[in-house]
Design a protein around this ligand. Structure first.
Ligand code: 4NP
Length: 174
């Protein structure tokens, strides 16, 4: 966690997965929804990106969009983009979905300048399992529900954690 609030601009939060069509857009959508509900839109900017470039410009996977919509989160306006080195300078907090994403993200940072800003998303999950969000892309529909459960409770935990760091008032915060 970055200890200080960046001066004069919102805190920037980025979620990263492989394709930027399943896990990280879900995390972005959920986190944005919680930021808005907490009245923190002026304080936080949220985005997501993929370490791979195959789906650049595409909307989220329709199975992910459908699961999210059924459970009250709109992902329909998101569009995939690829992570690049500049993101590591521009974002204050980067949360990656699995260890391959961690490796590929840190590979953009050969000098190790940004390592402390890049964290496994599930480090903040109260039930972290193996600390990785399973990739639902090649599995059945239950995988998308499972990813939703993980991302829902973890985005809540991350918002509370950042609220503690930056002094924001959020539901369930201190
Ligand atoms: P995501 O899922 O990393 O959660 O967006 C995937 C999406 C696409 C691919 C792999 C994972 N793919 O190989 O195309």
């Amino acid at each position: 966690m970055s200890p200080k609030r960046p001066s004069g601009r919102p805190v920037r939060v980025l979620f990263v997965c492989l394709g930027n069509i399943c896990r990280s857009p879900l995390a972005e959508g959920l986190f944005q929804q919680k930021v808005t509900e907490a009245g923190l839109d002026a304080e936080v900017e949220v985005d997501s990106a993929g370490t791979g470039g195959w789906h650049v410009g595409a909307p989220p996977d329709r199975r992910m969009t459908a699961t999210a919509a059924q459970r009250g989160t709109d992902l329909s306006r998101l569009q995939a983009r690829q992570l690049d080195r500049a993101d590591l300078d521009e974002y204050d907090h980067v949360f990656v979905m699995d260890k391959a994403n961690l490796h590929d993200t840190l590979a953009l940072d050969p000098d190790g300048d940004h390592g402390t800003r890049v964290r496994l998303f599930r480090e903040f999950d109260p039930e972290p399992g193996d600390y990785q969000v399973p990739d639902p892309y090649y599995g059945g529909p239950e995988g998308f529900d499972r990813v939703f459960d993980i991302a829902d409770r973890t985005t809540t935990a991350i918002l509370r954690r950042l609220a503690g760091v930056y002094g924001w008032d959020v539901p369930g915060g201190q």
